[in-house]
Design a protein around this ligand. Structure first.
Ligand code: FAD
Length: 536
């Protein structure tokens, strides 16, 4: 069997595509393979099979600061037709009494809405947003956009500057501690935890106290791809094919072929083998990569043990309710706050800080908590996602994967739960009860795992940040810098630093490591996590 490719990439999720695009531009001959029929993984937009012209985004939709990502620029994605919008009223938390806590792209407006709840909190919000701006720019962004530093050297680098020491001090807290220490109003505390924390990290985890001020200080906020999330995948594929990369979708992998101890190719369930002369990069999760696809004798016992111990998030799985509509949802609170008709991410059901504890406890019991849900009406900002004058909308809720102890329970439960969620939504947006719904469907946490098996247990972040599964040790010690103990095998998906979500940074960082290992010139200009804090 002769080598057809320099490298093969397993899975064609966005991280894998970013990696492939960079390596194709290095002149390497690459192939990415995926079990799905369309590349992109979590970048998916589907046509409604019952109502042509209505398009839905079943996985990712809110792409935070996407256009500020280095690869968005390097890969010239706008030349490939990719367009993003960043609505000004970026997030609105609507309370039952008609008040709204609003997060605007303009900090002054955010501070003003916060002041309606608490003057003191509004001041704290502005103070942290301003204080953390240089910490984000000079430390946190270069760190996310570089292979991770070894923890002891990172700490000693940070201890050399005032900004670094401040980051270490705030990081030592959990997000919950950060919020209770620095903010007083119940709704503001809850809103901050949601806006900045709930979707990212376990709020109880020490070591993540910086995540809320860092997000307050970020220059860019939630954005959406015009044409739907799949448009970003299309742009990446266009760049890959332009530079000679190839993709094969709709395949089933049987194993990673190991030759003389080195990852040397793949075998499909059809028996076909495809060889790679230089590398295999896996965008799949550690269990799939090290336990399901590699022969046991090729993987050191310690690595197998670590893959078995790899943990998934309890609180990440989502339940989605998707609607095709004659008109957008109209929130009753817009009577007092007309700007809500233009809100991008809308959050309902969250009123009190203590709800977080109730949500965690319900997840631990495998039960459905009282509704806290968020979503959007994409067609308010991009009319191409529905027929003329029509709309789509969706709402997500964090619900347990193992419903009453077993994910199979979702089959009998999901439609009934969707109906309850819609009833709740209609209380906040009464026109949803007025015959404007043309079609609806739901997706449970179990459906996530079926569609994207790398998101084991419905964990859309592909691995929790607990159990020391962060930075240098993500997914675990010994495989935390994209290289693995199996020669020729690399990791590049959300289970690696800096983690899940649509950031593309796992693939971006893996590209640098693989290109360097193969002696290829780094044609782009990546930041240097070591240099950035050292120069402070
Ligand atoms: C309901 C939902 C909503 C979300 N919303 C957001 C959001 O708004 N914003 C955000 O930033 N993130 C969101 N996410 C998370 C985001 O989609 C993921 O974190 C991200 O897609 C991970 O990217 P990735 O490249 O690592 O892998 P993925 O995008 O998961 O891609 C992995 C690829 O591997 C393929 N694959 C899996 N197993 C195999 C196999 N055995 N053989 C071959 N191919 C295989 C899959 O088909 C897939 O194409 C959401 C996820 C879900 C489920």
């Amino acid at each position: 069997m002769s080598a057809l490719f320099d490298g093969i990439i397993l899975g064609a999720g966005h991280n894998a595509l970013v990696l492939q695009a960079y390596l194709s531009r290095c002149g390497l001959k690459t192939l990415s393979v995926d079990r799905a029929l369309i590349p992109g993984g979590g970048l998916s937009t589907i046509d409604n099979p019952r109502l042509p012209g209505f398009r839905h985004n079943p996985h990712s939709f809110f792409h935070r600061a996407l256009t500020a990502m280095p690869w968005y620029r390097d890969l010239e994605l706008e030349r490939h037709g990719v367009r993003y919008v960043e609505p000004k009223l970026n997030v609105a938390m609507i309370l039952r009494d008609g008040r709204a806590l609003e997060w605007w792209t303009d900090l002054d407006r955010t501070v003003a809405t916060c002041a309606e709840f608490s003057e003191r909190d509004a001041e704290a919000l502005r103070r942290f947003a301003e204080e953390f701006k240089p910490i984000v720019q000079k430390i946190l962004l270069p760190e996310a956009q570089s292979p991770p530093l070894e923890p002891a050297s990172r700490r000693s680098l940070l201890e050399r500057s005032a900004l670094g020491r401040r980051l270490l001090e705030i990081s030592a807290l959990s997000p919950l501690e950060f919020v209770t220490r620095h903010f007083e109003n119940d709704a503001v505390r809850a809103g901050l935890l949601f806006f900045n924390g709930l979707r990212e990290v376990d709020l109880r985890l020490k070591g993540f106290g910086h995540s809320i001020p860092a997000l307050l200080a970020s220059q860019s906020m939630a954005q959406m791809a015009v044409g739907g999330s799949t448009a970003l995948a299309r742009g990446l594929v266009a760049d890959i094919t332009l530079h000679g990369g190839e993709l094969r979708c709709g395949i089933e992998l049987r194993r990673i072929v190991v030759h003389n101890g080195r990852a040397a190719g793949i075998e499909l369930t059809t028996g076909e083998q495809i060889h790679a002369s230089a590398f295999i990069a896996s965008g799949l999760n550690p269990r799939q990569t090290f336990l399901d696809l590699l022969p046991a004798e090729a993987v050191p016992a310690s690595l197998r043990g670590a893959a078995e111990q790899f943990q998934y998030n309890l609180l990440a799985p989502l339940f989605g309710l998707h609607l095709a509509l004659d008109e957008p949802p109209r929130y009753a609170a817009a009577a007092r706050h007309p700007e809500l008709d233009e809100a991008f991410m809308v959050l309902i059901g969250l009123e009190r800080f203590n709800q977080f504890h109730e949500i965690v406890a319900a997840h631990e019991r495998g039960e459905i908590p009282s509704p806290v849900a968020w979503g959007a009406c994409p067609t308010l900002f991009d009319s191409s996602q529905a027929p003329v004058g029509k709309h789509t909308a969706f709402l997500w809720e964090k619900l347990p994967y193992a419903l009453r102890g077993d994910s199979a329970n979702w089959v009998g439960e999901k439609d009934a739960h969707g109906a309850r969620l819609l009833e709740f939504w209609s209380k906040m947006a009464p026109n949803l009860g007025g015959g404007i719904i043309r079609d609806q469907f739901v997706l449970s946490p179990a459906d996530t795992e079926t569609t994207l098996p790398n998101m084991s247990r419905g964990d859309l972040l592909v691995g929790s940040f607990a159990n020391n599964q962060v930075g240098y040790n993500r997914p675990f010690a010994g495989a935390g810098c994209y290289r693995t103990a199996v020669p020729g095998l690399y990791l590049c998906g959300g289970s690696t630093h800096p983690g899940g979500n649509i950031t593309g940074l796992c693939g971006f960082n893996a590209a640098r490591v693989i290109a360097a290992d193969l002696g290829k010139a780094i044609w782009w200009n990546p930041p240097d996590a070591e240099q950035a804090p050292a120069s402070l």
